[in-house]
Design a protein. Sequence first.
Length: 318
Amino acid sequence: MIGNKDFLLCGAVAAGPALEGGVVHTGMRADAGAVDSVRIRGGKIHVHVIGNSSGKISPKGICGSGIVDLIAELFLEGWIDIRGKFSPEKTNLIQKREGQLCIEYAPGLYFYQKDIDEFILTKAAAHIMVEIMLRESGLELNQADRFYAAGSFGKYVSVESAITIGMYPDMEREKMINAGNSSLEGAQKLLLNKELLADIDQILEEMTYIQFAEVDDFLEQMVAPQALPHTDYKKYATVMEKLKTRSKMKFDVLGLLAACSYALDCVEAELIKVTNNHSKRVAYMAVCTAEKNGYTGSKPAGSGRVCIAARQCSGTIY
């Protein structure tokens, strides 16, 4: 819905099942055991599980807010590309099961390529609804004073993650409000104050409903937001900054090894006037650094092979 005290435009698409995890293999509602938050740090996936404050509840699946987080983190980490397609050369956590690529986000729980594809269609529909209503009203996004996200999904989903994947528009964060279960709150107010019925009648008269299926270029407009976050990166300047920041946090294992090797050469030459066995220590650093950052196995270009070679030659470290 978009509008003010003078007009209201509204519309709807069937996104509910996807936002409740209904379109993914291991999706579920936001109940106990659901993964509702995901972060990728140091090449490892960290999840929060609803109801697991005691540490006794194992993950059973993933709900809508967890899905948005997971896709956003995979994108920022570079493990999926702008199309949402897995990049298996980036990490050995990406594997193939049931004939398609997937990633194990929690023990025994996998997020598949088809899951990403299905959810991207949902986020694209959510995005294009806003764009079409803005277009039909003759307004620009920067003219919007507030952006409300209602319902349980709107209350708990990470605004930053939703913007990162292009589900929400990239706008000033202070204008974005998680309204919670606004329909239930409205029903409670109506039960306590019958005079509000008059307001409802007036609102209904002012509302104009848009049938998105009847918008001539709806399917054409759906193409651009199927990219992450959008084919027009100018619409998502803060996401581009996050990508730059995340890439700066990563480093080249080969470059690190070269720097460590040179530093040890200098230290040993200064202290004992000779260099000896520093290659073993550098090899050990390679193993620790590569494994910490998820660069294990033979798939990652360069760093994975360095890790394997280092493990073979590291020997006894002294």
